[in-house]
Design a protein. Structure first.
Length: 362
């Protein structure tokens, strides 16, 4: 196809002008656009735009690529090229190298695509590409491959490091599994002893003396006989808590412990003959305690005591379960209830601590 060529520069030498005009004629005769010419010769559109418009003298390699791509008089083209480059080489040899390496600004005739500065030699067999695309990006891949290889090597190195860390952690876990477990001394220092109570003082209030372990050192500080029933004031020095117990009774008989602050807990016999109540805090030595027993025949109470820790310290009281005393107990003088006094009603709910009717631990 024909092209509306721009006028060649006036400062262009005559041999270079004839060469440029011949290149234009070959392009028009072959009916090629700049993109097609770039595809066939593997040189960019921008390069051919410079050569065809006389901005630079075409390189020998590009000329050979053109000779292989179109029908032309190869000897005549080579002769014109030698004539065009000889004066330039004599006047300024460095300018020829710059012409091959430095791209020129594109003109408005066709917008060139940015190309790498180094021109590549033409291949002997031209490759025809079906889709018309700029040749620059395709030819730029040769210098990108080393960077891709470096990136791939970096990824592989990272994978090897990660695999090594995973193997190292696995070995550390395996070696840790083979090591002996910590000594019992270390374990017991971090955890309370198995026999230690689970609460103390206020923390034991309204809790079961058996399940908390407070019944292990329980002592009977006071007893009282109410008919056949015996009631007890029980105390744990370790837990600093007190509770009531009842034995030799019948279902619905009960004993209640009350402190000087008005707080109380009840031991109700549901079945069998005995039971014990939840605890009250006995940490304050000024607080008093008393246990009262109730049955159909009447009710009676133990003596009022305070500072339960001092009672234990000053009296050789054995540790053991609540059991009937050999006599009538400390409150025998008050064993006969006042007939005019109305006995307290039995509780209608089972105490939370009275899971069974055995006062064994208390």
């Amino acid at each position: 196809m024909g092209s509306a060529w721009k006028q060649l520069p006036e400062e262009l030498s005559e041999p270079a002008r004839r060469l440029a005009e011949e290149l234009r004629a070959l392009k028009d005769a072959a009916g090629l656009s700049l993109s097609e010419l770039a595809t066939r010769t593997h040189y960019s559109r921008a390069s051919w735009e410079r050569w065809l418009n006389g901005k630079r003298v075409v390189t020998e390699q590009a000329l050979e690529a053109l000779i292989g791509a179109v029908d032309c008089d190869a000897p005549e083209l080579r002769r014109l090229w030698r004539q065009a480059v000889e004066p330039t080489e004599r006047e300024a040899p460095a300018a020829v190298a710059e012409a091959a390496d430095t791209p020129a600004e594109p003109t408005a005739e066709e917008a060139p695509v940015e190309e790498p500065a180094v021109e590549e030699p033409a291949v002997e067999e031209p490759v025809t590409v079906a889709v018309e695309e700029p040749a620059g990006p395709a030819r730029a891949t040769w210098w990108r491959r080393p960077a891709a290889l470096v990136a791939l090597a970096a990824v592989l190195a990272l994978l090897l490091v990660l695999v090594g860390l995973r193997i190292s952690r696995h070995d550390e876990q395996a070696s840790a599994a083979d090591e002996p477990s910590p000594s019992p001394a270390v374990t017991t220092a971090a955890k309370p002893a198995p026999g230690a109570p689970a609460c103390e003082a206020v923390g034991c209030a309204h809790k079961d003396p058996k399940t908390t372990g407070c019944g292990k050192d329980a002592r009977t500080l006071q007893t009282q006989v109410v008919g056949k029933v015996v009631v007890y004031l029980r105390y744990s020095q370790t837990c600093r808590a007190a509770w009531a117990a009842i034995t030799e009774g019948q279902p619905k008989d009960y004993a209640t412990i009350t402190d000087g602050n008005g707080d109380s807990e009840t031991a109700l016999i549901h079945y069998g003959y005995d039971n014990y109540s939840p605890m009250l805090s006995a940490a304050d030595p000024a607080v008093t305690f008393q246990v009262c027993g109730y049955q159909p025949a009447g009710h009676d109470c133990t003596a009022v005591v305070s500072d339960l820790a001092s009672v234990v310290a000053s009296t050789p009281i054995p540790i053991g379960p609540a059991s009937p005393p050999p006599g009538t107990g400390a409150g025998a003088a008050a064993a006969t209830p006042d007939p005019t006094e109305t006995p307290a009603a039995a509780p209608t709910e089972t105490p939370t601590a009275a899971a069974t009717d055995s006062p064994g631990p208390s």
